[in-house]
Ligand binder design. Structure first.
Ligand code: DUT
Ligand code: MG
Length: 242
């Protein structure tokens, strides 16, 4: 199997341990290398839960989640983490230098790779302006940087690992619209062959995706491009207008 970052969900259902009601029901879609698939839906729709099944934070109750054609349950954790990077909804920075935080998934990364990732993540200026640059200290939980800076540092951390698949869980929400657009343009140029799955609330963040999945109550109720969904999906129209 070529390890290109091909993602497929096949009739996936999932319930949290101990809960009876399924959080995801019969989810099927594919995300190909070079594509961006966006997931949109109201709070509690199951977006974060869906992403969590790929890096196996949880396993599906039924159906299959496949990475490059192989069920993730048959892969070693290291094979998954080499290919998949997730930027969580509440990105976490730990106590230590910026450099230390950025190298977390790839200790051997060069300084050049760190700066390259920071540049794409639109965080290079902010790090350069700090007196100690990459050596600047981050407080536990990243409490001494803003929410948007924290998001960008966590995006840079994911970029440093050069994954085949990026999972962004609402990773652009704390950025202003212009920074969001710049970041995603740079990301697209840098990761043209990667598979990108992006959870977003803001229409501008997801409108240029190759495919948008509209999630409602754990089900994909509609799918298509932005233009198609504007025509066909009342759920999507409601989200766009809200
Ligand atoms: N849920 C649990 N246990 C968890 C996490 C979530 O029972 O550890 C429930 C809450 C919710 C459903 O699963 O009813 C879906 O949650 P998820 O976090 O996947 O929703 P979301 O679409 O990511 O919501 P948001 O937009 O608020 O991030
Ligand atoms: Mg979520």
């Amino acid at each position: 199997v070529k390890k290109t970052g091909h993602v497929e969900f096949r009739n996936v259902s999932f319930a949290y341990p101990g809960a009876e009601a399924p959080v995801l029901s019969d989810i099927s879609f594919t995300a190909e290398p070079g594509q961006t698939v966006a997931i949109i839906g109201s709070t509690g729709a199951g977006k974060t839960s869906l992403l969590a099944l790929l890096p196996r934070l949880y396993d599906a109750a039924s159906g299959e989640v496949l990475l490059d054609g192989v069920p993730v349950t048959k892969l070693d954790r290291s094979e998954i983490t080499q290919r998949v990077a997730m930027v969580p909804q509440r990105p976490y920075l730990f106590s230590g230098s910026i450099e230390h935080n950025l190298r977390f998934g790839r200790p051997e990364a060069t300084d050049e790779q760190l700066w390259d990732a920071l540049t794409v993540a639109q965080a290079a200026d902010f790090v350069r302006e700090k007196k100690n640059g990459l050596g600047s200290r981050i407080a536990q939980g990243g409490t001494n940087v803003s929410g948007g800076q924290r998001q960008r540092l966590c995006i840079a951390r994911a970029l440093v690992t050069e994954p085949k698949v990026f999972l962004f869980d609402d990773s652009f929400s704390a950025l202003d619209v212009a920074t969001d657009a710049r970041l995603r343009r740079a990301l697209k140029a840098k990761t043209a062959d990667a598979t990108v799955i992006i959870v977003g609330q803001r229409v501008s963040t997801i409108a240029d995706a190759d495919q948008i999945l509209v999630l409602d109550n754990g089900r994909i109720v509609d799918r298509g491009t932005h233009e198609e969904l504007l025509e066909t999906s009342s759920t999507y129209q409601e989200i766009v207008e809200s």
